[in-house]
Design a protein around this ligand. Structure first.
Ligand SMILES: *Cc1c(COP(=O)(O)O)cnc(C)c1O
Length: 250
C-alpha cells in the first residue's frame, strides 16, 4: 500500500530534524537556536496544511503569484492563529512589493536599495490599510560566489554594510541578518562549503556591530544544512529533503 502523503511528509520531516539535531550536537549548539523553514514552492496548499498539522511553523516560498494563491487557500482552511510564518526566499521584483507584503512575514532575498525602498513603502501602506500588523523582517542576500555572478541574486560581501545601513533607515523594515545560497562552485565540496558559509558569518558579524538586531544567518538547504549549522546558521531553508524533488522548473 502507498503511504499517504502525510505519512511521507511526517517521515521525511523526522529525518531532517534528526540531521539537524546531529549537526547541532556536533557543533555543540542547541537545536532550539536553529529555525527550520520548510520550502513549499511548487507544492500544493494541501502539503502546507499537512505540514502545519505536523508542527511546522515556518514555510518558504519563492514566487509571488504561486505563493499568494497558496497562502489564500491555506488561510481559508485554518483558524487565523494557526497560520505559518511566511518567508519569501526567491528573487523579488520591485513591482511585486505591494502583493508580497500582504502575506509575507520575512523577505530573505533583499539585495538592492531600490527593493528595500519599495518594500518599505508597501509595508507602511499595508499597515495603514490594516492589511498587516507589523513591520517587515528582512535579511540581506549575499552572493558568496567567487567566480561570477550566478544570477541567483545577492550583493557582494563588501557591499553588505552599505545596504544594511540603507535598510536600517527604512521605518517599516527590520533588519534581521544575512542570507545566502551556497555558491555553485562549492556544491558537494565540504571544505569549500564551510569556507563559503564562514564568509557569510563574517558579513553578519560585521553588520552586527552597528545593527545589533541583525543576528540571523539564513543558510543551509537540503544538501548542505550540516556545514551551514557548523558555520552558525540560525535559519535553514529546506525543500526537497522534506517534500521530495520538485517538478522541472520553467
Ligand atoms: C528552493 C530554495 C531552497 C530549498 O532548496 P532545497 O535544495 O530543495 O532544500 C532554499 N533556498 C532558496 C533560496 C531556494 O530558492
Amino acid at each position: 500500500m502507498q503511504p499517504s502523503r502525510r505519512a511521507e511528509l511526517k517521515a521525511s520531516l523526522a529525518r531532517v530534524r534528526a540531521r539537524i539535531d546531529a549537526a547541532c550536537d556536533k557543533s555543540e549548539r542547541a537545536s532550539t537556536e536553529v529555525t527550520l523553514i520548510v520550502v513549499t514552492k511548487f507544492f500544493p496548499a494541501s502539503d502546507v496544511l499537512d505540514l502545519l498539522d505536523l508542527g511546522v511553523r515556518d514555510i518558504g516560498e519563492s514566487r509571488d503569484q504561486e505563493a499568494s494563491a497558496k497562502l489564500e487557500a491555506v488561510r481559508k482552511c485554518t483558524a487565523g492563529d494557526d497560520l505559518p510564518t511566511v518567508h519569501m526566499i526567491g528573487q523579488v521584483q520591485t513591482k511585486k512589493a505591494r502583493s508580497i507584503v500582504r502575506y509575507t512575514d520575512v523577505v530573505h532575498s533583499l539585495d538592492r536599495v531600490r527593493l528595500a525602498h519599495a518594500l518599505d513603502r508597501a509595508t507602511a501602506r499595508a499597515i495603514a490599510e490594516s492589511e498587516r500588523g507589523t513591520p517587515m523582517d528582512v535579511t540581506v542576500q549575499v552572493d558568496l560566489s567567487e567566480v561570477s555572478n550566478e544570477q541567483r541574486g545577492g550583493v557582494k560581501a563588501n557591499q553588505v554594510p552599505e545596504l544594511a545601513d540603507a535598510i536600517a533607515e527604512c521605518a517599516s523594515l527590520r533588519l534581521c541578518g544575512v542570507m545566502a545560497i551556497a555558491p555553485a562552485e562549492a556544491v558537494d565540496d565540504e571544505v569549500a562549503l564551510h569556507t563559503a558559509f564562514e564568509r557569510l558569518t563574517r558579513c553578519r558579524d560585521e553588520i552586527l556591530r552597528s545593527h545589533p538586531g541583525a543576528q540571523w544567518l539564513s543558510a543551509g538547504m537540503s544538501s548542505d544544512l550540516e556545514p551551514a549549522i557548523a558555520a552558525g546558521a540560525t535559519h535553514l531553508r529546506v525543500g526537497s529533503a522534506i517534500l521530495g524533488s520538485r517538478p522541472p522548473q520553467r
